[in-house]
Design a protein around this ligand. Structure first.
Ligand SMILES: [Zn+2]
Length: 136
């Protein structure tokens, strides 16, 4: 009668393998040992590539765009640097000088940002640009 109980508890039905931690006999499909709780199989990581792509999707796109822009000789500028320059020093054309547009910068310098209109429009339009953005 003891033998019947022993065979039922120690030998699971179907294919079995031996745990490398405790040496116990466990089901073939077990990832975690049913006796000691240690992990005996690598958990398959089929979902990891998708997670990486989702997290860095925007960064990848902007990096690719920046590389293409660099290859074509198009200048890229940090959106927030340009925006802060525009907000605080826009009437001096600071953001135009930052973009490398010295001519427009001088115009802004002598007209107080096209009488404030150009300054205002540039601040708003900078907000809607991607980061980094491209200077043509
Ligand atoms: Zn075990």
């Amino acid at each position: 009668m003891d033998n019947v109980n022993a065979t039922q508890t120690q030998e699971p039905a179907g294919k079995t393998k031996f745990c490398k931690h405790c040496g116990g006999k466990i089901p073939e499909a077990a990832v975690v040992c049913t006796l000691c709780g240690c992990q005996v199989e690598e958990v398959r990581q089929t979902e990891q590539p998708n997670i990486v792509i989702n997290n860095s999707n925007n960064n990848v796109n902007s990096n690719v765009n920046a590389n293409i822009a660099g290859a074509l000789g198009i200048r890229t500028r940090n959106k927030w640097v340009a925006f802060l320059l525009c907000v605080f020093l826009g009437y001096l054309g600071a953001h135009k000088f930052y973009e490398g547009k010295a001519g427009m910068g001088i115009v802004y310098l002598f007209t107080f940002g096209l009488f404030g209109i150009g300054w205002f429009i540039d601040c708003i339009s900078l907000l809607f640009k991607p980061n980094p953005y491209f200077v043509r």
